[in-house]
Design a protein around this ligand. Structure first.
Ligand code: ADE
Ligand code: ZN
Length: 334
C-alpha cells in the first residue's frame, strides 16, 4: 500500500461523475421543500431513512429508480448551481484538480425544465469552481438509453448551440444498460459530432452489459473513452485494442460494489488492466448514493490492491491526466 496522505495529495482527475448523483439526502429534502415538490408515498421521508436505503441496491435499475425520483426536486437554475457547488466544495478538499461531469438533461426536460436552465446552473458552478478552487471542468451531456432514439435526437438538436460554443464538451450515454446496446444511438452521436468536430464522445458500456457492448460503442459510436468498461476483460482482443488505442476506462469501484456488479473492490479486474497496459481512471459515479467521493474510491482501491507501490499509483494518476479532455498546457500544469 501507499500512505493515505500521498493519495490525498496526489492530483486527481475525475471522468465519471453524474452531477445528479451528488444529490445528498441532506440537500434533497430541503430542495423538495424549497420547490414544493411532493415525493412519492413509497419514498423514504427522512434523511436517516434515505441514507439507510442507500446502504445497498439490488442492481443498477434499483438505484436508478431512486436517482430519478431525486432529480424531481431540481427545478430552478439556482438548484443546479447549488448542487454542483456542494460537490466542488467537497472534492476541493480531496485533491481533485480536474472534473469531467455528466448530466442527464432528459431527467429534467421531461418535467418541463429547459435544457438551458439546467445547463446554465451547472455551467455557472463550473466557472466558479475554476475561480474558487482552481478545478478545471468539462460538461458531458448524456443521452438516457431507456428513452427512444427520436427523443435523444430531439435533445441533441436542442443542444446544437451549446455543442457549437463548447459549453457541452462531450456526449455520453447512460441509464439502464442491458436491453439498450450502444449501436441504437449511432445517429444521435453522428448528429452531435456534425455540430462540432471537436466534440468528445464516450458511453457507458460493460458495467452490467457484456464486452460486445464495449466493442460496439467503439465501432458504431466512435467513442474515445468507455465508462465503466470492466467487462472488457471478458475479451483479450478487446483489451489489446484498448491498450493500443489508449482508450481509457473510467472505472467506479464503490459504485460497482453498491450496485452488486462485483462483491468487493478487490475483485475488480484492475490488476489485469495494469498488466495489459489498459489505461483507466478511478471515479465516484454517484457519490451521494454510493458512500464515497473520489478520494474514498482511491483509498478503498489502495486497501484492496496492497501490492501497488508509489510508481503504480503515479502511473494511474498520469494516465488519468493523459486521458482527460484538456489542453497540453493544462496537462503540464497538473
Ligand atoms: N446514471 C447514473 N449513474 C449511472 C451508472 N452507474 N450507470 C448507468 N447510468 C447511470
Ligand atoms: Zn455512471
Amino acid at each position: 500500500t501507499v500512505s493515505e496522505q500521498f493519495l490525498q495529495e496526489l492530483p486527481k482527475c475525475e471522468h465519471h461523475l453524474h452531477l445528479e448523483g451528488t444529490l445528498e439526502p441532506d440537500l434533497l429534502f430541503p430542495l423538495a421543500k424549497r420547490n414544493n415538490v411532493t415525493l412519492p408515498d413509497t419514498f423514504p421521508q427522512t434523511v436517516e431513512e434515505l441514507q439507510q436505503k442507500y446502504t445497498q441496491f439490488k442492481d443498477l435499475q434499483d438505484f436508478l429508480n431512486y436517482y430519478y425520483i431525486g432529480t424531481n426536486v431540481l427545478i430552478q437554475e439556482q438548484d443546479f448551481y447549488d448542487l454542483a457547488m456542494e460537490y466542488f466544495k467537497k472534492v476541493s478538499k480531496q485533491g481533485l484538480v480536474h472534473a469531467e461531469l455528466f448530466y442527464d438533461p432528459q431527467s429534467h426536460t421531461e418535467r418541463g425544465i429547459s435544457l438551458d436552465t439546467v445547463t446554465a446552473g451547472f455551467n455557472r458552478a463550473c466557472i466558479d469552481a475554476q475561480q474558487q478552487f482552481g478545478i478545471s471542468t468539462r460538461l458531458i451531456m448524456c443521452l438516457l438509453r431507456h428513452t427512444t432514439v427520436p427523443e435523444c435526437l430531439d435533445l441533441v438538436n436542442s443542444a446544437k448551440a451549446l455543442i457549437q460554443d463548447g459549453t457541452i464538451h462531450g456526449i455520453g450515454l447512460d441509464s439502464a444498460e442491458k436491453p439498450f446496446p450502444p449501436e441504437l444511438f449511432k445517429d444521435c452521436y453522428s448528429l452531435a459530432k456534425s455540430f462540432n468536430p471537436n466534440l468528445q464522445l464516450t458511453a457507458h458500456a460493460g458495467e452490467e452489459g457484456p464486452a460486445t457492448y464495449v466493442s460496439n460503442a467503439l465501432d458504431h459510436l466512435n467513442v474515445t473513452r468507455i465508462d465503466h468498461g470492466i467487462n472488457s476483460t471478458q475479451d483479450v482482443e478487446l483489451l489489446k485494442r484498448l491498450a493500443n488505442d489508449r482508450t481509457m476506462l473510467s472505472v467506479c469501484p464503490l459504485s460497482n460494489v453498491k450496485l452488486q456488479v462485483i462483491d468487493k473492490v478487490g475483485n475488480l479486474p484492475l490488476q489485469q488492466l495494469v498488466d495489459n497496459n489498459v489505461p483507466f481512471s478511478l471515479n465516484s459515479d454517484d457519490p451521494a448514493y454510493f458512500g464515497g467521493y473520489i478520494l474514498d474510491n482511491y483509498l478503498q482501491v489502495n486497501r484492496e490492491f496492497p501490492q501497488w507501490d508509489y510508481n503504480t499509483w503515479i502511473q494511474i494518476a498520469k494516465n488519468a491526466v493523459l486521458g482527460s479532455w484538456i489542453t497540453e498546457k493544462r496537462q503540464d500544469e497538473i
